[in-house]
Unconditional design. Structure first.
Length: 146
């Protein structure tokens, strides 16, 4: 059951990544789920906002905190199409998010390579959910850029 739930919510994150793709943003999408309900959505807006901190996760963390009425995201799961970078992992760590589920690994900029302890110690991590779909969208984006 958990696997089907993870795939369902990752498909929602992929929808957000496609929104980013259509805006000519690096196609990373995210949803944050609390009690089986999406409370926040986001996708990269770094080009649109001319802001290097406008990553999908940062957008969604801010939105989810507003919905919950506090800075901590305990009991929440973030579904993101690409392994978070160091900045986003740090923010997710400070938010005390309970679980991170990502699609494709990011061997060049992912937090696990540079800062594997950036997350809260109780945060659970699950990688590789719909990995091929997530990676393909990213590969298509950069192939079209070249």
């Amino acid at each position: 059951m958990e696997e089907n739930r993870d795939e369902y919510f990752m498909r929602q994150a992929l929808f957000e990544a496609k929104e980013a793709y259509d805006r000519d943003e690096i196609p990373v999408g995210v949803v944050i789920v609390y009690k089986d309900r999406i409370i926040a959505r986001g996708h990269n807006l770094t080009e649109t906002l001319n802001d290097v901190t406008a990553h999908a996760e940062m957008q969604a963390i801010t939105s989810a905190a507003g919905v919950l009425g506090g800075k901590y995201l305990i009991g929440c799961t973030v579904y993101v199409t690409l392994e978070p970078c160091i900045m986003c992992a740090g923010a997710l760590g400070w938010s005390q998010i309970s679980r991170i589920v990502y699609g494709a690994a990011d061997d060049k900029r992912g937090f696990q390579k540079f800062a594997p302890k950036a997350l809260h110690p109780k945060t659970e991590i699950q990688g590789g959910v719909l990995q091929e779909d997530c990676a393909r969208l990213m590969q298509d984006f950069f192939r079209n850029k070249r």
